[in-house]
Write a protein that binds this ligand. Structure first.
Ligand SMILES: NC(=O)C1=CN([C@@H]2O[C@H](COP(=O)(O)OP(=O)(O)OC[C@H]3O[C@@H](n4cnc5c(N)ncnc54)[C@H](OP(=O)(O)O)[C@@H]3O)[C@@H](O)[C@H]2O)C=CC1
Ligand SMILES: O=C/C=C/c1ccc(O)c(O)c1
Ligand SMILES: [Zn+2]
Ligand SMILES: [Zn+2]
Length: 366
């Protein structure tokens, strides 16, 4: 056990102050280490498209200052007296959720991400009334339940995208019984979540078709990610030729889009799994689903247990994420590039290597 801090820690994060979503250094205090808390020195943090949705108030509930970041890998530097899961020096991960009620049906079934009292790792309020702040920061204090061990064999920067993007595709494939070899899957939108979708589905032995908005990623998808087929969604002829061919579609598009072109690709009993966060109604006519007994469903990240399982699956299958590692000073360019679909396929910020506390020491605190 490490020594307990008697004082609240002052830390530096990079925060959005308004809906421009521009991040800049922000100094704030963390709660004292509670009995079940783990203090994590952040090493790396991935940039998810949800960070843009939140920082730019695209979901309509953003509170500022907001330090985003929920694909966090760090080193344990202190633990509370009742922490049993982790020790000082462990390399660990933190994802989207840092609290839940522990009493409701989802909590009792260990799918705490579906708890209606879930606490988000940022843009939320903790049980002590303080705002939660995410992983674009030097340090986080997190209840041990929401901290996972990064297994040996995974580099910390590689592990970061698995904590949201990776588990977000692994969880629905498992939950909906879509793990058998030979299934034919579609990955709609080849970004951070989508590229992990290709890798995880291929590792399960599926025939994988990428469905993309352009042909720009075709060569990489086929040659580097191992996809079996590539469809450009605006190519009506190719889309028609692929009708009735897929057991499932993992839909990662982050904006409003038509459903019918994709529903037509599904076989009898095919499943369209919505993952993108879209604040406008999506539409389709009912025969599109009735005539093939198709399902449209959704899925939200994965549980802590599924996150650990995803990490283990990636170690066993030798899966890595394809990342571009950047320093914190580049985070605003990275967010802009992510928004204009210019990254292959996930930015990961080297937080510890960016000396954010030293860099902010001369800047005014707020
Ligand atoms: N359900 C959940 O638990 C989770 C949800 N999310 C959400 O999933 C979505 C995707 O996240 P992430 O993978 O990080 O995002 P990325 O931006 O990395 O990837 C999204 C991909 O969608 C495609 N795309 C982007 N814009 C458009 C457009 N205007 N029309 C059609 N296709 C487009 C692009 O692929 P291409 O070039 O191939 O067309 C792009 O690479 C976001 O909404 C995010 O909030 C993220 C994590 C967890
Ligand atoms: O990136 C992880 C979070 C995803 C998310 C999914 C659904 C929703 O309503 C959100 O606010 C975030
Ligand atoms: Zn995410
Ligand atoms: Zn609950």
């Amino acid at each position: 056990m490490g020594s307990l801090a008697s004082e609240e820690r002052t830390v530096v994060g990079w925060a959005a102050r308004d809906a421009t979503g521009h991040l800049s250094p922000y100094t704030y205090t963390l709660r004292k280490t509670g009995p079940e808390d783990v203090v994590v020195k952040v090493l790396y943090c991935g940039i998810c498209h949800t960070d843009i949705h939140q920082a730019k108030n695209q979901l309509g509930a953003s509170k500022y200052p907001m330090v985003p970041g929920h694909e966090v890998v760090g080193e344990v530097v202190e633990v509370g007296p009742e922490v049993r899961k982790h020790s000082v020096g462990d390399v660990v991960g933190v994802g989207v959720i840092v609290g839940c009620c522990r009493e409701c049906r989802p909590c009792k079934a260990n799918v705490e991400q579906y708890c209606n009292k879930r606490i988000w790792s940022y843009n939320d309020v903790y049980t002590d009334g303080r705002p939660t702040q995410g992983g674009f920061a030097s340090t986080m204090v997190v209840d041990q339940k929401f901290v996972v061990k990064i297994p040996a064999g995974l580099a910390p920067e590689q592990a970061a995208p698995l904590l949201c993007a990776g588990v977000t595709v692994y969880s629905p494939l498992k939950h909906f019984g879509l793990t058998s070899p030979g299934l034919r899957g579609g990955i709609l939108g080849l970004g951070g979540v989508g590229h992990m979708g290709v890798k995880v589905a291929k590792a399960m032995g599926h025939h994988v078709t990428v469905i993309s908005s352009s042909s720009k990623k075709r060569a990489e998808a086929m040659d580097h990610l191992g996809a079996d087929a590539y469809l450009v969604s605006s190519d009506a002829e190719a889309m028609a030729a692929a009708a009735d061919s897929l057991d499932y579609i993992i839909d990662t598009i982050p904006v409003h889009h038509p459903m019918e072109p994709y529903l037509s690709l599904l076989k009898l009993d095919g499943k369209h799994v919505l993952l993108g966060v879209i604040g406008e109604p999506l539409s389709f006519v009912s025969p599109m689903v009735m005539l093939g007994r198709k399902s449209i469903t959704g899925s939200f990240i994965g549980s802590v247990d599924e996150t650990a399982e995803t990490l283990q699956f990636c170690v066993e299958k030798g899966l890595t994420s394809q990342i571009e590692v950047v320093k914190m000073g580049y985070v605003n360019e990275a967010l802009e590039r992510l928004e204009r679909n210019d990254v292959r396929y996930r930015f990961v910020v080297d937080v510890a290597g960016s000396n954010i506390e030293e860099a902010a020491a001369g800047a005014p605190s707020s």
